[in-house]
Write a new protein. Structure first.
Length: 95
C-alpha cells in the first residue's frame, strides 16, 4: 500500500466521521450497535455466573461509544485489531 493510498483512506475516514456528526441515520445506527452490544455482554455475564462459560469474560459496559464511533468512522476496507472491549466494533461492522 502506498502513501497516497493511506492518505486517501485517512481522508475518507475523516469525511465519514464528519458526516456522522450531522447525519441522524448514522447516529441512530450507532445507538443500535451500542444497545446490541450491551445486551449481548449482559447475557455473557449471566452465562458466566451460571457457570456455562469457562474462562474469563471481559466486557466493555460503559465504553460502548468508543467502539461505535470507531466502526462508524472507518471505511469498509479498514482493518481493525482491537484487543479488548471490542464487541461494538464487530457489531457495527456487521461481523
Amino acid at each position: 500500500m502506498s502513501t497516497s493510498d493511506l492518505s486517501t483512506n485517512t481522508a475518507a475516514s475523516k469525511a465519514n466521521a464528519q458526516n456522522a456528526s450531522t447525519d441522524g441515520t448514522v447516529l441512530h445506527a450507532m445507538l443500535e450497535w451500542m444497545q446490541q452490544s450491551r445486551a449481548t455482554e449482559e447475557r455473557l455475564i449471566r452465562l458466566y455466573h451460571q457457570g456455562r462459560i469457562q474462562g474469563g469474560v471481559y466486557v466493555g459496559i460503559g465504553q460502548e461509544a468508543i467502539g461505535a464511533a470507531s466502526a462508524a468512522a472507518g471505511a469498509p476496507q479498514d482493518l481493525y485489531a482491537p484487543c479488548i472491549r471490542n464487541m461494538v466494533v464487530h457489531v457495527g461492522r456487521g461481523e
